[in-house]
Design a protein around this ligand. Structure first.
Ligand SMILES: Nc1ncnc2c1ncn2[C@@H]1O[C@H](COP(=O)(O)OP(=O)(O)OP(=O)(O)O)[C@@H](O)[C@H]1O
Ligand SMILES: [Mg+2]
Length: 252
C-alpha cells in the first residue's frame, strides 16, 4: 500500500439500531498510516457503535468505511477482518475457546497459519501482554484484567494494519496499564483508541477526536483539546482531580 492511502476513512456514516434508536448522524474521519488517535466522548456518544462498523460487525446504515483503500462490505470481509484488529470493550465478547492458547491461535489459524509458525505467533502475542504463563488456562478462570490482556493478545496475533481498542485501560492495574501503553507505543501500527482515560489518551495519542451525539465534534491535538475547558464541559469530558494537561510533556 502506498503512503498516502489512509489506514481508515469514514465518510457520512449514519446508523440507527433495529429498535429505531439512531446512534450515528454522519461521522467523517480520516486516519493516516501509523497515526495513534484517541476517540473521546461521553457515555452513549456512539463510540462503540462506530467501532463495530470498522470491520463490518454493524452495517446497513448510510455512508462508507474504507480500510487501507478497501471498502468495508461483504466483498472483502475476510481481508478486512485480518486488517482491522478490534479489542472489544468487554473481553468476554472476544474469548470463547477452552484455553487462552486456543483463543490467541484462533485468528491466525483461520487465516492459514499452521505448525511452528502459528505457535511462535501465539507465544509472541502472549509474551507481549505478559500472559505466557496462562496459555493453558481457561479464559473464564482469569480475572477481568487478565482477560483484557488476553483479548489484546488475540488481536496482536493477527498483526493487523489498524488496531482498534475500546476502553483498553479499564480494569487494568497501573503496571498493566503502563505495560499496555509500552506495547502500543512499540508497535508499528495505526491505532484508534476509545477511552475515558484522558491522561492515557494524552500519553499515547498525539491526536484526538471527540464524538458527541453521533457526530465528530472536535478533531485536533490531544493536549489542545484537553486544555479547552469549554469544549470539555460541552461534551461531558472531565479530567481526573489535579490533572493538568498543560503540565504534561508527551512522549514521542
Ligand atoms: N443494541 C442496541 N440497540 C439499541 N440502541 C443501542 C444499542 N447499542 C447501543 N445503543 C444506543 O446507541 C447509543 C450509542 O451507544 P454506544 O454503545 O455506541 O455508546 P458509547 O459511546 O460506546 O458509550 P460508552 O462510553 O458508555 O461505552 C446509545 O444511546 C445507546 O443506548
Ligand atoms: Mg462504548
Amino acid at each position: 500500500m502506498d503512503a498516502v492511502t489512509p489506514s481508515l476513512e469514514v465518510a457520512g456514516l449514519a446508523f440507527a439500531y433495529p429498535d429505531g434508536h439512531q446512534a450515528l448522524f454522519g461521522v467523517d474521519l480520516r486516519i493516516a498510516r501509523g497515526e495513534r488517535v484517541a476517540l473521546l466522548g461521553p457515555n452513549g456518544a456512539g463510540k462503540t457503535t462506530l467501532v463495530l462498523h470498522l470491520n463490518g460487525i454493524l452495517t446497513g446504515g448510510a455512508g462508507t468505511v474504507t480500510v487501507a483503500g478497501l471498502p468495508v462490505g461483504k466483498r472483502h470481509m475476510a481481508e478486512i477482518r485480518r486488517k482491522v484488529g478490534i479489542v472489544f470493550q468487554d473481553p468476554d465478547d472476544q474469548l470463547f475457546m477452552p484455553t487462552v492458547r486456543e483463543d490467541v491461535a484462533f485468528g491466525p489459524a483461520a487465516s492459514g497459519l499452521r505448525g511452528p509458525e502459528l505457535e511462535a505467533r501465539v507465544r509472541t502475542a502472549l509474551e507481549q501482554v505478559g500472559m505466557e504463563a496462562f496459555a493453558d488456562r481457561p479464559p473464564h478462570h482469569l480475572s477481568f484484567g487478565q482477560r483484557r490482556r488476553v483479548a489484546v493478545a488475540t488481536v496482536l496475533a493477527m498483526e493487523p494494519e489498524i488496531l482498534v481498542l475500546d476502553e483498553p485501560s479499564s480494569n487494568l492495574d497501573p503496571a498493566s496499564r503502563r505495560e499496555l501503553a509500552d506495547i502500543l507505543r512499540s508497535l508499528d501500527v495505526t491505532v484508534l483508541m476509545v477511552t475515558h482515560d484522558l491522561p492515557y489518551a494524552l500519553e499515547l495519542c498525539p491526536r484526538a477526536l471527540v464524538l458527541s451525539e453521533g457526530v465528530i465534534a472536535a478533531d485536533g491535538r490531544t493536549g489542545e483539546l484537553l486544555a479547552d475547558d469549554a469544549l470539555m464541559r460541552e461534551h461531558r469530558l472531565e479530567l481526573p482531580f489535579g490533572f493538568d494537561p498543560r503540565s504534561v510533556t508527551m512522549g514521542a
